[in-house]
Write a new protein. Structure first.
Length: 292
C-alpha cells in the first residue's frame, strides 16, 4: 500500500514519515542513499508500507525551497527570534537572514522576545514598516505566545536566533514538551550542553511543525554567497516600489545621485537601519566572483 507524508526526522538511515495513518518508520534504499537524492526533513514523500508496518521511500516531491545547514525542505516561514534586551540582536544580523529567506521565497516572521525586559520599540517600528509580521513576546511571562502559536498553525516553520535570545525558552513556551521531544537537556541543569542533537520537525498540538535551527547557521551569514549584487535589492521587499524610479538604470542604491530608495529613506518611508544593512551587504556581495 502506498501513502504520502512529510519527513519529520531522519536518524541513521531511517526516516520517520507523518502520514494520515501515523508516523511510519521508513528505510531509504537504492538511489535515495546517494548524496544527491538524499531525503531531508520537510520532504513530501510517497512511501510503500509493508506488512510489518514499516515503509520504504518511493519518491520525493520537488522541493519548493530548502535551507542547507541544517537541511530542511519546504519551509513555509522563517521565524527570526530577536531581542532588545541583552544580548541585543544587531539589525544587520536580522537583515542578512531575512534577505536570504526572501531570496529563497520564504516568508519571515520577526519575534521580539524578552518584552518583559524591553519592548523593543525600534525593532518593532523597523520591521513593521518594512512589511514583516512582528510579534512581541515573553517566554518568561507568556505574553504574546498565543498570537505567535496561531501564526504557526498548519505551517512548517524554521526558528533561528542569536544565542541567548531565548529561543529554546520560547519553543518550550509554545509547546511545553518541545525540548523533551527533541531530546535537549533543560537549560537549568546545564547538563549535556554540548550534546549535538539532530534537527527534526516537531509537530505542534494545534497542527503545523517547527524546526529549531541552531543559531543562524541555516543561513550562510558570512558570505551571502547565494545572492548576487543585482538581486540584493529584491531581498528587501520594502524597496520594491522605488526600484525603477531611480535616475539611473542599474542604480546600486548606495551613494548614487537621484536614487529613489535613498530619497525614501530621507522621507522616512524606508527604515534607515534597513538601508544601512543593505549597503553593508551590498559591499560584501559586490566583489564576489560571478559564478556560471
Ligand atoms: P537561547 O540561547 O536563545 O536558546 O536562549 P535560552 O532559551 O537558553 O535563554 C537564555 C536566557 O534568557 C535564559 O536565562 C532564559 O531564562 C532567559 N530568557 C529567555 N526568554 C526570556 C524572556 O522572555 N524574558 C526574560 N526576562 N528572560 C528570558
Ligand atoms: Zn537607487
Amino acid at each position: 500500500m502506498t501513502e504520502t507524508g512529510i519527513i519529520l526526522k531522519g536518524i541513521g538511515g531511517f526516516y520517520y514519515v507523518r502520514t494520515q495513518s501515523g508516523v511510519i518508520e521508513c528505510k531509504a534504499r537504492g538511489r535515495f542513499r546517494k548524496a544527491a537524492e538524499k531525503p531531508v526533513i520537510g520532504d513530501r514523500v510517497t512511501i510503500e508500507v509493508q506488512d510489518d508496518g514499516t515503509g520504504y521511500m518511493m519518491s520525493i516531491e520537488p522541493r519548493k525551497n530548502q535551507l542547507l545547514r541544517p537541511a530542511v525542505a519546504n519551509v513555509d516561514q522563517l521565524v527570526v527570534v530577536c531581542s532588545a534586551a541583552p544580548p541585543k540582536t544587531e539589525t544587520l544580523l536580522i537583515d542578512k537572514v531575512t534577505a536570504i529567506a526572501a531570496h529563497k521565497g520564504i516568508d519571515t516572521l520577526i519575534v521580539i522576545n524578552k518584552c518583559d525586559l524591553d519592548r523593543g520599540d525600534r525593532l518593532y517600528q523597523i520591521y513593521t514598516q518594512a512589511g514583516f509580521s512582528v510579534f512581541r513576546v515573553s517566554a518568561e511571562t507568556g505574553e504574546g505566545v498565543d498570537a505567535l502559536r496561531a501564526a504557526l498553525a498548519g505551517k512548517v516553520s524554521a526558528f533561528a536566533g542569536n544565542s541567548g535570545v531565548g529561543k529554546s525558552s520560547l519553543l518550550n513556551c509554545i509547546d511545553a514538551e518541545f525540548n523533551m521531544k527533541t531530546g535537549s537537556i533543560s537549560p537549568k541543569t546545564e547538563r549535556g550542553r554540548h550534546t549535538t542533537r539532530h534537527v527534526e520537525l516537531v509537530e505542534l498540538p494545534g497542527g503545523g511543525c517547527i524546526a529549531d535551527t541552531p543559531g543562524f547557521s541555516a543561513f550562510d551569514t558570512e558570505k551571502m554567497d547565494l545572492i548576487r549584487k543585482d538581486d540584493l535589492q529584491y531581498a528587501f521587499p520594502e524597496f520594491e516600489p522605488y526600484i525603477n524610479q531611480c535616475r539611473f538604470t542599474g542604480c546600486a542604491h548606495v551613494k548614487e545621485k537621484g536614487c529613489a530608495i535613498r530619497a525614501a529613506v530621507e522621507d522616512g518611508k524606508i527604515p534607515r537601519e534597513r538601508h544601512e544593512s543593505y549597503c553593508k551587504l551590498y559591499e560584501s556581495v559586490k566583489n564576489l566572483k560571478e559564478w556560471e
